[in-house]
Design a protein around this ligand. Structure first.
Ligand code: FAD
Length: 430
């Protein structure tokens, strides 16, 4: 069976490898000249398991095992391979409430190394962090931004072996190398502009350069362009995917002293409205947003026409929130990048499913947090395609995915297009 995947990001390349391993004839098409050059290239590639939805905790945990065993997962390839430092991650929620305790209990059930630290333990273990509460986050030009809230954080969740992948572009290239070794075809510099479903049931894609690509099955893995591809295919969903502009900024790590060795960990600080991790071997820190209520979301109508420069107010806001928690950080020159998430507007969870158009499948709405799970989502969509194309109705009989590394079985209907809305944080934290 011939399958075309639109999108050679980390998601499309993961799906391609998984489908090829099921014996399918796979072609990946991308309008860019190299794999992983879309939103994947901007990813912070943090690999953690703290999610509101139990199924996603299990998938993220499986993802962490895949990244840790990357060489074996891929099989032999010639290129350099990613590295996966695991300094641990501290989550600082506004309060340690029943919801946080339930997430940690679920993580324990899955044997994830996680614990709740009280504020004294946070101070002892990470003395460079200021443990004042900054909740609710404010814009830095607000008169109360620098005022004490008069209380400390209640504590934090520490995930001992959370890490990040260096680099997401290289990870995607690794997937391409493994795919090509096994027979996956890549057609780069080809923008899909038209999708027809012919009377014989086959898809025919027309690309900008006049080429035509035929296949029995078509996969939308177009990242922030996912809704455009759905429109070309004439497919409407109950859930909405939409590009959201983001900035990530780079500051000097004051603990590094110019050396590359640094004790810095990863922090998800919902109390202050930012997440951050070491960069450049620990010399720098990169900081992104956890979408606090006070910041307007920067939705983009056209993913091919958005402001891809960083902006002074965004940089200042994010840097100053980082400095609230980590006071030794100094504002340096504005550095960073601007990129797009493909957000499932209703709940910020991906959609990995068939559609009502036979043969047309989705792995979209990755919502700023699906780098970590991409190899697992790739395997899941390959299973969905294999099952549907053999006549199974996965709407009625969803895939119960047996996770290879961790051994757990996950009911994957929570990622279906008709799932309703997951009760989530409605942010990148999930
Ligand atoms: C700033 C930022 C930080 C992030 N941080 C994290 C993190 O810390 N941890 C984490 O797990 N996740 C993170 N993510 C999310 C993660 O990186 C994404 O979920 C993932 O990279 C999406 O991959 P993708 O393959 O779906 O999309 P993309 O990488 O965008 O790939 C889609 C591809 O489709 C191609 N395409 C689109 N339209 C067409 C067309 N018409 N014809 C041909 N090709 C087309 C594009 O050129 C592109 O290459 C972050 C994302 C961003 C932007």
């Amino acid at each position: 069976m011939r399958i075309t995947i639109i999108g050679a990001g980390v998601v499309g390349c993961s799906i391609a490898l998984a489908l090829r391993r099921l014996g399918m004839d796979v072609t990946v098409v991308d309008k860019l000249g190299a794999v992983g050059h879309g939103s994947t290239s901007a990813s912070c590639a943090i690999v953690r398991r703290y999610y509101s939805e139990p199924g996603m905790i299990a998938l993220a945990n499986e993802g962490a095992h895949v990244w840790a065993d990357w060489e074996n997962f891929l099989g032999p390839i010639d290129d350099d391979k990613i590295v996966f430092p695991r300094p641990g991650m501290l989550f600082i929620p506004p309060e340690i409430d029943a919801e946080v305790r339930a997430i940690v209990a679920e993580m324990h059930r899955l044997n994830i190394k996680v614990s709740i630290l009280d504020v004294e333990e946070v101070r002892e273990r990470f003395s460079y962090l200021d443990t004042s509460s900054n909740f609710p986050p404010l814009p830095p030009d607000h008169e109360a931004f620098f005022e004490s809230r008069g209380r400390e954080i209640e504590g934090a969740v520490f995930e001992e072996d959370a890490g990040y992948v260096v680099s997401p572009g290289l990870a995607t290239q690794n997937l391409r190398d493994a795919g090509e070794r096994d027979g996956v075809h890549f057609q780069l510099n080809r923008e899909v502009q038209r999708i027809d479903k012919r009377d014989d049931g086959k898809f025919e894609l027309r690309t900008e350069d006049g080429a035509s690509i035929e296949s029995e099955v078509l996969v939308n893995a177009a990242g922030p362009h996912s809704s455009i591809i759905n429109r070309l295919a004439g497919v409407k969903l109950a859930l909405t995917t939409r590009p959201l502009r983001q900035e990530v900024h780079t500051l000097r790590n004051p603990l590094s002293n110019g050396s590359t060795a640094s004790p810095l960990l990863i922090v998800g600080d919902m109390d202050s409205g930012v997440y951050w991790r070491p960069e450049g071997g620990g010399r720098d820190i990169i900081v992104g947003s956890t979408e606090p209520d006070c910041d307007a979301l920067d939705w983009v109508d056209d993913p091919d026409d958005y402001d891809d420069e960083i902006s002074e107010p965004y940089w200042r806001r994010q840097s100053m929130r980082l400095m609230q928690r980590f006071p030794e950080v100094k504002l340096g020159p504005a550095r960073g990048l601007s990129a797009l998430y493909d957000v499932t507007v209703e709940d910020w969870y991906p959609i990995v499913d068939r559609t009502d158009l036979p043969g047309y499948y989705l792995c979209i709405g990755t919502s700023g947090s699906s780098f970590k799970t991409s190899p697992v989502l790739g395997q899941l969509l390959a299973e969905v395609i294999g099952a549907c194309e053999s006549g199974r109705d996965v709407d009625q009989n969803p895939i119960q995915m047996k996770l290879r590394y961790t051994g757990y079985t996950v009911d994957t209907s929570f990622l279906s297009r008709n799932r309703g809305v997951i009760q989530s944080s409605g942010t990148v934290i999930g």
